[in-house]
Write a protein that binds this ligand. Structure first.
Ligand SMILES: Cc1ncc(COP(=O)(O)O)c(C=O)c1O
Length: 353
């Protein structure tokens, strides 16, 4: 089966194989070496002060950022333009006072649209999704998080379907909290959330009296790492091994800047082919995702998806929210190649007739 889904994504064989090495415990020097290697590399990739790897999916990673950074008596303002933005808002509501601003499906956030909500919000914490996966919309996050930061807010960005396929530098973005998931751009199995923190976020977390959680109180992870380079709880060692292999492969191919360029170019190619096939793109121009393309598949969108899988062994997925009945999505996240995408378009062409 060829996965062109936006997570879990296609996993190259080398990454799958990296998981089959003999098991080690998380209380041995080999583990410390693996974990330190991953943390150091992520810190450099993101320009982050600190990085944590949580054994969890992306959502718990996001929740962890919110519960560690936002205090219960504070206010968090969240921007949404789809199901994942809505989930971010719901997560924030569980931990702090939350105000949510939403845009219609397909529309993207830019500074012009964001400014008035930031200027008048009186919030201490800001959150949004970089790449709204459900509709393939890339929000102009950098200009917004920079602005929110200048206004004195802690900034949290859900980069789960954005990184490393979309530009990201925590310091340049004025970002305090970053999250992605192993099953997305890193092209590993699901099970690890990768968190990035700014120096200010690290200080805030350290200085808090109480954090409303146990497993994901990030102070425990920091303390244990400082003690012996390990994790407080049993981590997903196999996925960490896969992640190291994925980072080796990314570095061999020119690192994060090349990954961004490759995703950008492949997504342009996907959009070109989709339009040539007669489909209509969902995102408004200028906000198209670099990692996932969403388009209107018509009344038989579900049938197309089914036939792609059954007749051609290619997995594409539907859209979310208001496009869940007639929308389709093709992902070029991770190590997807042009050759794989060409197979997908050949199949789509045959199905369209
Ligand atoms: C932007 C975004 N946020 C959050 C999530 C949720 O991640 P997970 O399913 O790993 O918890 C996803 C998953 O598709 C996503 O694309």
């Amino acid at each position: 089966m060829m996965l062109l889904s936006p997570g879990p994504v296609y996993i190259p064989e080398e990454i799958m194989k990296a998981q089959t090495e003999e098991m080690i415990t998380h209380r041995c020097p080999e583990f410390t070496e693996l974990y330190t290697n991953l943390k150091d590399r992520m810190k450099a990739y993101l320009n982050a002060e600190d990085v944590h790897l949580l054994t969890s999916s992306g959502t718990l990673g996001l929740e962890t950022l919110i519960m560690n950074i936002a205090k219960p008596d504070e206010k968090m303002v969240c921007f949404s333009n789809g199901v994942f933005g809505d989930k971010l808002g719901k997560t924030a509501k569980a931990y702090t006072n939350t105000e949510i601003h939403s845009l219609d499906a397909g529309k993207g956030w830019n500074l012009e649209r964001a400014k008035e909500h930031i200027d008048n919000c009186g919030a201490q914490v800001f959150g949004m999704v970089y790449n709204e996966t459900g509709y393939g919309v890339r929000n102009h996050a950098k200009e917004i998080t920079q602005y929110a930061k200048k206004k004195g807010m802690f900034t949290i960005l859900d980069c789960i379907s954005a990184w490393p396929g979309t530009e990201m530098d925590m310091k340049e973005f004025g970002l305090d909290g970053f999250v992605t998931g192993s099953q997305k751009g890193p092209a590993c199995p699901p099970g690890l959330a990768i968190l990035g923190l700014s120096g200010e976020a690290v200080e805030r977390i350290e200085s808090r009296d109480k954090i409303p959680g146990f497993y994901n109180d990030l102070r425990a992870y920091k303390k244990r790492f400082e003690k012996d380079g390990q994790t407080p709880f049993t981590p997903a060692i196999t996925i960490m091994r896969a992640l190291r292999k994925s980072f080796d492969m990314m570095d061999e191919r020119g690192g994060v800047p090349s990954a961004v360029q490759k995703h950008k170019e492949l997504s342009e190619y996907v959009r070109k082919r989709i339009v040539e096939l007669g489909f209509e793109l969902i995102p408004e121009p200028g906000f198209e995702s670099y990692t996932v393309t969403a388009f209107k598949g018509g009344d038989n969108a579900k049938e197309i998806k089914k036939r792609m899988k059954e007749e051609f062994g290619i997995v594409i997925v539907g859209c979310k929210g208001i496009y869940s009945e007639n929308g389709l999505r093709i992902s070029n996240m991770g190590y997807v190649t042009k050759e794989m995408l060409d197979k997908c378009f050949d199949a789509l062409e045959k199905i369209k007739g």
